[in-house]
Design a protein around this ligand. Structure first.
Ligand code: SF4
Length: 371
């Protein structure tokens, strides 16, 4: 049984120090704490989120989100409209949303203030808000990413027991693309679940079905990460249903299984990620499906900064996913999108090299693109 606790919070909008280079968000909103979907690999179980152990049944509903968000945006002189991710520690369209509508209330405020929105969900309930999402897309930018980790309904039932089967989730995207002209929509193949959803057939089927479902992209980020309570929860379930896989996980994440504590590594072995990601890049090429989301480009002084940093960060993503050195390009892109003035003005003063991580090569690249 699910219990709902209504609680006041001091803030509703989180501003990130750096824009996320995969999802492109500057801000984040969680209308709820806890998530009824209860996926067994969910990172929100990690100790750092301070959520209740049974975070799928004890849901905290944030009070007065509409008023708080409106007040925060109206009263902020330093905030610039940029992408708000509706996700994080909970799915914005888990069942609680049908009752309490915190996500919809936030969307209404974001639409009023012309903020672009990125929804990350596994739920069909997102289709309820198609009209407002389409208007946000028309006026600024809107993206809906549906997380799907496998096309196999049995494996999905084990990993994500309380969400629609994969075919229904692909159908969410198809419906959005059929009905809306202004929403970018695609698949988050995040995480790739080792030894359950990573065979050639699994990966190719994910890309092929995404293409058939009219996806604009399929975004992937390598193998599942493992951290303290989240890893323990996942391994407990894995041991019950697929005990033969525990040994393989011990090798991949370098730990000795102990139901009381996890002492393995956070990310899977680098060589594993390299193999999986390069297969996915090949399948994306084969089915002509992009693996990056097109970002929001504002009309103010940030315009060229965002265009150029998008190119740098797209390249850095490819390098990172294929196990190549990407740090300098990545940080140059991150720093450029944080600038308080236009690259054109900085270039006119011949000061591009003063931007952190902009070396000779990147300076030449920027100049070429500015021209
Ligand atoms: S839908 Fe997302 S936030 Fe909710 S339990 Fe699953 S992974 Fe976690």
């Amino acid at each position: 049984m699910v219990t709902y606790t209504h609680k006041e919070f001091k803030s509703i909008l989180i501003k990130r120090k750096f824009i996320d280079s995969w999802f492109w968000e500057r801000y984040g909103i969680n209308g709820y704490n806890g998530c009824e979907h209860s996926c067994i690999y969910c990172d929100s179980r990690s100790a750092k989120y301070y959520l209740p152990a049974d975070f799928g049944h004890d849901i905290i509903v944030k009070k007065n989100v509409r008023e708080m968000l409106d007040k925060r945006i109206s009263g902020a002189r330093t905030l610039l409209p940029d992408i708000v991710a509706m996700s994080g520690a909970s799915d914005p369209y888990h069942p609680a949303e049908a009752k309490f509508k915190n996500t919809l209330q936030c969307l209404e405020v974001l639409e009023k203030h012309k903020y672009p929105v990125h929804i990350i969900t596994k739920s069909k309930l997102v289709l309820r808000d198609l009209e407002i999402l389409d208007r946000i897309g028309k006026n600024t930018w809107c993206c809906v990413s549906v997380t799907i980790t496998t096309t196999n309904p049995e494996k999905a039932g084990f990993l994500e027991p309380r969400v629609p089967v994969p075919a229904e989730r692909f159908n969410i995207i198809k419906t959005i693309k059929d009905k809306s002209m202004h929403i970018q929509a695609g698949v988050f193949l995040i995480p790739v679940v080792p030894y359950l959803c990573d065979s050639n057939e699994d990966l190719e089927d994910m890309v092929r079905t995404s293409k058939k479902s009219l996806c604009d992209y399929i975004l992937f980020g390598g193998a599942m990460t493992m951290r303290d309570n989240q890893a323990l929860w996942y391994l407990k379930h894995l041991k019950q249903k697929y005990p033969e896989l525990i040994r393989k996980y011990e090798e991949l994440y370098r730990f000795k299984h102990d139901p009381e504590q996890y002492n393995g590594i956070y990310g899977a072995d680098e060589s594993y990620n390299k193999i999986v990601n390069s297969k996915l890049f090949d399948f994306c090429k084969k089915y002509d499906l992009p693996y990056r989301i097109k970002r929001f480009i504002p009309g103010d002084f940030r315009r060229l900064n965002y265009i150029i940093s998008e190119r740098l960060l797209n390249h850095a993503y490819y390098l990172q996913m294929t196990g190549q050195k990407s740090s300098n390009i990545y940080w140059a892109g991150m720093n450029i999108q944080n600038l308080k003035e236009s690259l054109t003005d900085i270039a006119a003063r011949n000061e591009l090299r003063k931007i952190r991580n902009v070396d000779n090569r990147i300076e030449t690249y920027i100049k070429k693109n500015l021209n």
